[in-house]
Design a protein around this ligand. Structure first.
Ligand SMILES: Cc1cc2nc3c(=O)[nH]c(=O)nc-3n(C[C@H](O)[C@H](O)[C@H](O)COP(=O)(O)OP(=O)(O)OC[C@H]3O[C@@H](n4cnc5c(N)ncnc54)[C@H](O)[C@@H]3O)c2cc1C
Length: 455
């Protein structure tokens, strides 16, 4: 098949979700990828990193088991074995995804595609046409001008494939990817130093959450230098020296460059065919349409949050839009975010500063400390759930920090997206003893009837 209702370039989270939903809606689909179906998330992102983070949690549990009266000893990390476990997880999911795409009669074309006119993509000299074209070519790990990725200076792509645990690492960038790798390596026994140019770790989160993560990292022995910019790096016999703008030099075996991801859109014919772009990003309206009729863009190539579930939602949205179903727009601000370090960080909606900028004094804030939550005490974690609501109005943001709090994001995103009032949630029942109970307790308190809370 060389022509279809929907022609998709890129088979990552955004592209394959669009393919699966389009097929479900009875549309014919061609999906093109130059690499493995599943994209960054499955092969180089979410899934492999979370497998490493799980191995890290097991390492921490074995080290700390004495605290729970369990005698065991931590002997070390067998990195090839960790990688085998991780690859097994990825391989099972990859096989399942290939089966899904096949069973829905999506035509998968392997090869590098170029847009040659607004309805045609050429792959290895063969032309494929679509009534609608969806651009979904994702993102790549950026570096800093002058900082070449080679040898001990690496991005997450190379860091994921190490077959040993480095003795020491500098992580450039205290955002999501940086703090997750820092967490893994610390649990695996490395000396870790994070360098972040902004004043806080996870600087896009509520400031209270950033500060709590910094306290926890300090306790874990993860070093960080905040508000200081990187100046240069040099290879040494034992690894790498980096110089900061204040002249300070730090050395380590490896340097992980985690300074963000850029859109993967160069030399693919987008601009040549009139698609409006800005610094490489493909510009779309809120319905994910580009300025060229019939061309849509989804996922990481569009400006905004770079998350797999945003890609899934974009892909589904565009499929439904093409099928004429008039799907509902979800604003980026209400997309849940989880950082899977130890302790975890999870949030959805406006943080306190954003809510105050939007609503002035008409904002209520409540922080429920996990100290009052039975299950968190059993797990031995500190942290909190912070609610931000409009006065006499709905909850507009939920911000959490603590071990395993990522598991609470499901209810949090329902509350915010359904514009629930604290009183609505306070009447609902949360099972005891769970960490989820803390969500109920926080809303009870904000509704003026605290139970296990001193407020
Ligand atoms: C280390 C790391 C950890 C992450 N962890 C998480 C997480 O825990 N949770 C989360 O939500 N997100 C996470 N992400 C982000 C997530 O992986 C991305 O947001 C998501 O993969 C974006 O999906 P996408 O479809 O836009 O692009 P991608 O997944 O990058 O897919 C793009 C696809 O397009 C293909 N392609 C590109 N150009 C061409 C071409 N010319 N011809 C043919 N094919 C082409 C590529 O081969 C690729 O398969 C992580 C990312 C990284 C790097």
């Amino acid at each position: 098949m060389n022509s279809a209702d929907v022609l998709i370039l890129g088979g990552g989270s955004g592209g394959y979700a669009c393919a699966l939903r389009s097929a479900e809606l009875g549309l014919s689909v061609i999906l093109i990828d130059k690499d493995k179906l599943g994209g960054t998330c499955l092969h180089r992102g979410c899934i492999p990193t979370k497998a490493l983070l799980h191995a890290a949690e097991v390492a921490d549990s074995s080290r700390e088991s004495e605290n729970f009266g369990v005698k065991t000893s931590f002997e070390g990390i067998d990195m090839p074995k960790v990688n085998e476990y991780r690859d097994g997880v990825v391989a099972r999911l990859y096989k399942g995804l290939q089966g899904l795409v096949k069973s829905r009669n999506v035509t998968f074309v392997e090869g590098e595609g170029t847009l040659i006119d607004p309805q045609t993509i050429e792959v290895n000299g063969v032309k494929y046409t679509g009534k609608n074209v969806v651009l979904a070519t994702g993102s790549y790990a950026k570096s800093i001008p002058g900082l070449e990725i080679s040898g001990p200076i690496m991005t997450s792509d190379q860091a994921l494939n190490l077959d040993y645990v480095p003795k020491s690492v500098i992580v450039l960038g205290g955002g999501v990817i940086g703090v997750e790798f820092a967490s893994v390596w610390r649990s695996f026994g490395a000396d870790v130093t994070i360098v972040e140019g902004l004043p806080h770790l996870v600087p896009n989160e509520d400031e209270a959450v950033s500060k709590a993560l910094e306290r926890a990292y300090r306790k874990r022995g993860i070093n960080f230098i905040l508000g200081t910019k990187f100046a240069s790096a040099t290879h040494t016999d034992s690894g790498v020296d980096i110089t900061l703008e204040d002249g300070k030099v730090i050395s380590a075996e490896l340097l992980l460059v985690a300074v963000g991801r850029g859109p993967n859109t160069a030399d693919m014919g987008f601009e040549e065919n009139g698609v409006a772009m800005e610094r490489g990003w493909v510009l779309v309206n809120e319905r994910l349409a580009t300025n060229v009729p019939g061309i849509f863009a989804v996922g990481d190539i569009t400006p905004g949050l770079q998350l797999a579930h945003r890609g899934f939602q974009h892909g589904i949205f565009v499929a439904e839009e093409i099928a004429g179903q008039n799907p509902v727009v979800i604003a980026d601000i209400n997309i849940p975010k989880v950082t899977y370090c130890e302790p975890e960080v999870a949030s959805v909606g406006m943080n306190e500063a954003e809510a105050r900028a939007a609503f002035g004094d008409s904002v209520n804030v409540y922080e429920y400390n996990l100290g009052g939550n039975g299950k968190s005490q059993i797990l031995g974690t500190a942290g909190f759930i912070k609610l931000v609501s409009q006065k006499d109005g709905p909850v507009v943001g939920i911000h959490m920090v603590g071990s395993r709090v990522g598991e609470q994001i499901g209810e949090a995103q329902l509350i915010v997206n359904w514009e629930a009032y604290p009183e609505d949630v306070a009447t609902l029942i949360h099972a005891h003893p769970t960490q989820n109970e803390a969500m109920g307790e926080a809303h009870l308190a904000l509704a003026g009837k605290p139970l296990h809370a001193h407020a």
